[in-house]
Design a protein around this ligand. Structure first.
Ligand code: KG4
Ligand code: ZN
Length: 337
């Protein structure tokens, strides 16, 4: 049995192709379990996420992930005090699986549930270290959130006070990795594959081989990646036949161009807010080259950068700490945006 002073939150995220469940003690501020079941392998044969298929994968895997989280934490269903669930943004069908599960769990156990915005999860995942007994980066933050669906810059005064500075005008950085990697013959999701290939085999010469232009968007703190995708496509046609070395040169140069834009915009934001700590979160924050290019930044552990439910539990725990944790009503629903 859990000690009575604890507030045990079961957190759930099914926004895309990971069935994720975590358990957070909001009173003791500890992460007790963090389970992620990825469906990327099932999606790879299709070259990307098939929403219908992902929803069915969640129906099978989410209860297993929740059960595993309870077992890891040494808890039973009746110990849980609260359910926190991602309600937006994401794929409507997959979100619905998580939301329906959360409502059913809450109703069956006579406990409240609340919704969490997936991007708040990524944003505040910079502070996840605190749930594991480590010191989180001090506020204020300049926060770069880079995932498969988002590339956003925020100025964060403290928890709950994030000001959006700007974002991508077209593709997200992770989407650029996935689409360019696919053109180069890599399986979905191509971001980790490109990172690994370049890290293990590329030289400086590979990184500089194709001087792809970095989009100079006129809006401050904004990003653009659709032009790069076209430029790489044209370079691929010119470079055929695609030997291993040709692919390496294209991958290394494209990755460098994607990352240079992230680095430049982050540094510009830091110039505007010189007292801020730079934090970088979201799936693309796993990238080893990005970590090397921004040694001054705080990056969460890689498993907390890609989709997970620890970050959703963290947001609910922070709301609890700030007296902002409010139960949602039964008509709460999901939204793609
Ligand atoms: O945050 P996330 O798991 O899901 C979304 O909310 O989108 O991010 C997934 C994205 C994918 O586009 C994936 O290719 C990219 O993050 N990604 C990476 C790396 N690991 C994941 N991109 C570059 N390098 C990586 N190591
Ligand atoms: Zn995400």
């Amino acid at each position: 049995m859990a000690p009575s002073a604890s507030v045990l939150i079961l957190a759930i995220d099914t926004s895309c192709d990971e069935s994720a469940a975590s358990i957070v003690d909001a009173e003791g501020f500890r992460l007790l379990a963090d389970e992620v079941r990825s469906h990327a392998a099932a999606m790879a044969d299709y070259g990307g996420v098939v929403p219908e298929l992902a929803s069915r994968e969640h129906v099978a895997a989410l209860p297993v992930a929740v059960d595993a989280a309870l077992t890891k934490a040494g808890l039973t269903v009746g110990d849980i005090d609260w359910v926190a669930v991602t309600s937006r943004p994401g794929l409507v069908g997959t979100l619905l699986v998580g939301m329906s599960f959360a409502k059913a769990f809450a109703a069956a156990n006579g406990i409240p549930f609340s919704t969490v915005h997936h991007l708040d999860g990524h944003l505040y995942s910079a502070a996840l270290a605190e749930l594991e007994g480590e010191t989180p980066p001090p506020y204020p933050w300049v926060a770069l959130v880079v995932s498969g669906g988002h590339t956003e810059l925020y100025y964060v005064e403290q928890f709950g006070e994030a000001k959006w500075l700007g974002g991508t005008l077209d593709d997200a950085a992770g989407e650029a990795f996935d689409k360019i990697g696919k053109q180069l013959g890599m399986r979905y999701p191509a971001g980790p594959a490109m990172d690994r290939l370049v890290r293990e085999q590329a030289t400086d010469a590979h990184r500089k081989r194709h001087p792809f232009p970095v989009s100079r968007t006129s809006e401050p703190h904004s990003f653009s990646y659709s032009g790069l995708k076209t430029a790489v496509g044209l370079a691929i046609e010119k470079a055929r036949p695609l030997s291993e070395d040709v692919i390496l040169g294209l991958a290394a140069s494209a990755q460098e161009t994607i990352l240079r834009q992230l680095v430049r915009r982050s540094k510009e934001a830091l110039e505007a807010f010189p007292k801020a700590t730079l934090v970088v979160t979201g799936g693309v924050a796993c990238n080893s080259r990005l970590r090397a290019l921004l040694p001054e930044a705080h990056f969460p552990k890689p498993r907390h950068c890609s989709d997970n439910a620890a970050m959703i539990g963290l947001v609910a725990a922070l709301e609890h700490r700030h007296g902002k944790l409010k139960a949602s009503s039964w008509d709460a629903t999901v939204s793609p945006r």
